[in-house]
Ligand binder design. Structure first.
Ligand SMILES: [Fe+2]
Length: 413
């Protein structure tokens, strides 16, 4: 592990272990390097994409896991491979486009060629030219392919891990979260509606925290508070897996109606009206009475079900102080045209300029600005008590505490 960049005493964890987290977790370069090794390249499943993005053999999509570029490729009819986008020869990131289709993967530098599953199949001038040069006689093609990740495609979503120690994806989620996951990813075919991308100048964990924090939802977001899509006076719950790393915020939609609770919300606007109210045309489609299920799968993705808007939000860390955020809005392949349009309209609440999500991008940036100058100060994480357990309300930071307890364990802090 890289040497720590702050003096050791600055690294002592606060006495109130679960309910206080020091701000150096957002800014220390050595901590960030350790996170890449222990979390992103460690025994965790990372979101790569949707199966439907690469329907035919030879289709590929590029993305980044941690800081490592990868290619997700349909390598056979029923096989998806994820390989590092780094030529085994000299390290070239050989695929530069976001999407493509090819018979094989070829590096432009010296034209080393790989089968779609990453096996090395051709090295130009391997036997030399006119008896000069060439690779050593014992050079083994079989031992010099692309770096291959373990892959699981689970009900339309492709997951990969760099580690041999990661348990199966279902075990990684745990049984309760397997139920949460399959509520929306139930085996029906998915289809992409569109993409958004943004760069947020804040630590990657702030995005995980944001979707483990129902406390802010009805306070920060004028849209949520006013139109009652996600607010503290509604029937809600927070669940997490046994490790604390995954979380879900569950809620049932309310109305634009003042009550004893909305009085505490500066952002509640009783007289605000939408010029086009069709964005609030919500249809109950999943089992149960919940209209919101926001899952954080640690560390790489948020699986959003906000009313009828379905989205994966991939986190791509870019150093300690920033991350890229890749939104994929999707629908079921068998949706009616009306439902597609409804999901597309509701997607306007999310993404970089969404009526709701623009607020989150901004406060994450503002948190990084406020916190990074004082690495030794601590945040206060006492809302809902100091313990870590599932709750049946929104007025809590329990899932944020759960994530940091797990994070400390993995990081050995
Ligand atoms: Fe938010």
């Amino acid at each position: 592990m890289t040497a720590l960049s702050y003096p050791a005493q600055a690294r002592a964890w606060p006495a109130d272990a679960d309910a206080a987290v020091p701000y150096w977790v957002y800014s220390d370069p050595a901590i960030y390097q350790a996170e890449l090794q222990k979390i992103w390249y460690g025994p965790h499943w990372l979101y790569v994409g949707l199966e439907c993005e690469i329907p035919d053999v030879g289709d590929w999509k590029t993305t980044t896991l941690g800081e490592r570029p990868v290619v997700m490729v349909r390598s056979a009819e029923n096989e998806i491979s994820v390989v590092e986008n780094r030529c085994a020869h000299r390290g070239v990131k050989f695929c530069q486009s976001r999407f493509g289709h090819s018979e094989e993967l070829v590096c432009p530098y010296h034209q080393w060629s790989y089968a779609l599953n990453g096996d090395l199949q051709g090295v130009p001038f391997r036997r030399g030219v006119r008896r000069q040069g060439g690779m050593p006689a014992d050079f083994d093609l079989g031992a010099n392919g692309l770096s291959k990740l373990r892959v699981e495609a689970v009900n339309g979503v492709v997951w990969a891990t760099f580690s041999a120690d990661t348990p199966s994806f279902r075990e990684y989620l745990g049984e309760r979260f397997w139920k949460h996951y399959t509520r929306v990813y139930d085996g029906r075919k998915l289809q992409v509606l569109g993409y958004n991308r943004q760069h947020i100048p804040g630590n990657w964990k702030l995005m995980q925290e944001n979707i483990k924090d129902p406390y802010h939802a009805g306070l920060l977001h004028v849209f949520f508070a006013t139109f009652g899509l996600f607010r503290a006076d509604q029937k809600s719950a927070v669940d997490m897996d046994d490790t604390g790393r995954h979380g879900i915020l569950i809620s049932r939609k309310g109305e634009q109606q003042a009550n004893d609770v909305t009085g505490d919300m500066r952002n509640f606007q009783g007289d605000l009206a939408l010029a086009d109210p069709r964005i609030l045309d919500v249809v109950q489609e999943f089992p149960g009475e919940e209209t919101v299920g926001m899952i954080t799968v640690f560390p790489s993705v948020i699986l959003q079900q906000q009313v009828n808007s379905l989205t994966t939000r991939q986190i791509v860390p870019k150093g300690p102080g920033a991350f890229d955020f890749h939104w994929t809005h999707w629908c079921y392949a068998d949706d009616t045209p009306e439902m597609r349009l409804r999901r597309t309209r509701q997607a306007n609440m999310f993404g970089p300029a969404g009526f709701v999500s623009a607020d989150d991008g901004e406060v994450i940036e503002m948190t990084q600005q406020g916190a990074s100058g004082s690495p030794e100060a601590n945040m206060i994480l006492q809302m809902g008590g100091r313990d870590i357990m599932p709750t049946d309300h929104q007025v809590t930071e329990t899932a944020v505490r759960g994530m940091y307890r797990y994070w400390r364990e993995v990081m050995g802090l």
